[in-house]
Design a protein around this ligand. Sequence first.
Ligand SMILES: [Fe+2]
Ligand SMILES: [Fe+2]
Length: 325
Amino acid sequence: MTVSDTSSQLNGNEGDNWETEFDAIVADGLRVEPRDRMPDGYRRTLIRQIAQHAHSEIIGMQPEGNWLTRAPSLRRKAILMAKVQDEAGHGLYLYSAAETLGADRADLTTKLIEGKQKYSSIFNYPTLTYADVGVIGWLVDGAAICNQVPLCRSSYGPYARSMIRVCKEESFHQRQGYELLTTMMSGTDAQRAMVQDSVDRWWWPALMMFGPPDADSPNTEQSMAWGIKRHTNDELRQRFVDMSVPQAAVLGVTFPDPELRWNEERGAYDFGTPDWDEFMDVVRGHGPCNDERIAIRKRAHDSGAWVREAAMAYAAKAHPTEGQL
Ligand SMILES: [Fe+2]
Ligand SMILES: [Fe+2]
């Protein structure tokens, strides 16, 4: 069942009940598909969220890409290359999902480069040591999994379906990170210190990946009503903390939070408050690496211009009747 109703689409709004049908689809937990009629706000919200997600995958290649040429062994290099390449793939699926809503991929890229659309704040932090590759896999991809698994049930079909494969790959990313860290933790004191230092730097930014507290997240309620989001930011953050604490204990590292402790009554961990001023600063473009990330993305886009031109010229010759692509 979908909200498609050809006759109502042809007849415009007059006398049709597409909105009621749309609401029923969402309420029944079914999927809205690209051909279906949908409220403008739903479409706009999805384009914003999917574009932001796609940009995060693409920009997210940079922090780890920084270590590709300096991976400590051929095995580590092969794993890291596969992981970074996966992120490029995630970005491409997501741009395709945004296109099904009528967004234009070139336009989305321009908006990213001009700072008019955001990407996840986490990718504006620097990767200072090789332990960061492990910690990003464990915590950053781990947080991404917490965020993205519920999106497999998102109300918009193409987005939900793209998340299924993305989540499978994210779980490989998390495991490669954790495996790298267990190797380092069974190494020298210096290696163990390097892992702890990296955990200290990434823990709070990882918690910020779930977005501001629910009280300051104005879009959450509407997104949940539309079935785009399935859990609030705070619910997902709690789930992530509860999942990560036992993993840290097995690894032999601690999180830099004196308020972190098990709460018997709640059956969950209590934890401290992230520095939301820092978060807002990074979101507004003033994080440690914002300028560098965008400059590199722009340079890559500019240096790929000839490839796009050649592809367009080829397409025009191969399919002259289709005119401009
Ligand atoms: Fe990804
Ligand atoms: Fe990933």
